[in-house]
Design a protein around this ligand. Sequence first.
Ligand code: SF4
Ligand code: SF4
Length: 241
Amino acid sequence: MLMLVIFLPILMIIYSPVKIVLGSLNGVMTFSSVIFISWMILSIFAGRGVSCGYLCPYGALQEVMGGWILNRKAKSSKATKIKYLSFACFLGLIIYSRIAMGGVRGFDPLLISSQLNFVGINSFGVMFIVLIFMVGVGLFSLLGNRAFCCYLCPQAVFLNIANKISRFIRIPSLTIKAVPDNCNDCKLCNHACPMGLEVESMVNKTETIHSLDNSDCILCGDCIRACKKEAIAYSFNIPEK
Ligand code: SF4
Ligand code: SF4
């Protein structure tokens, strides 16, 4: 997480959701789009684990600021629904711009060589918007650890849809296995979860061994590391529907 934050000034040139939208508006494909599509494909086998859990630099920024520095949890469960609106706007904008621009007309990896005629800004303008986005995500951490992931990130919804499809067609994927018999209700997992989930309740949802099923779980494994009773573990199998 710390390494991702240290290298964020470079990583944000390579990956930013802002570049996905601006690339679409200009009719070109970017590295950001390729990374995003790769994460979606990976989420079929690993849920939100690879991208949100370990690779997204904006998730890392929030975890360092909201979790490590401020030590604050994102609490509002109702506000997590806002990200579906964010998802709808993001998807709608991409579909509209692809139709308006006649599909993909080229590949501009970093979005620095194109004349951005459609939106009327140059490559410096793009980097300025990317920078504003990064600062905005960081400031969102004031609402709690990974507050942007919980409340606003459209990418989370895309990844969840891909993972739901994998469950539906029964492809093996990474999950968190719960063994309720081992749990002593210490709730250390609740304190460890960066997404503010009630992990202990999920573990004890039924008395039999099962997979945790929560679309906000990023499969980071912090609960596994916190549990002293081996009541939670990574598992790679065909999850229950
Ligand atoms: S940390 Fe382990 S033992 Fe403690 S409540 Fe969570 S699952 Fe149960
Ligand atoms: S439930 Fe466990 S794996 Fe999922 S986000 Fe919380 S700590 Fe990470």
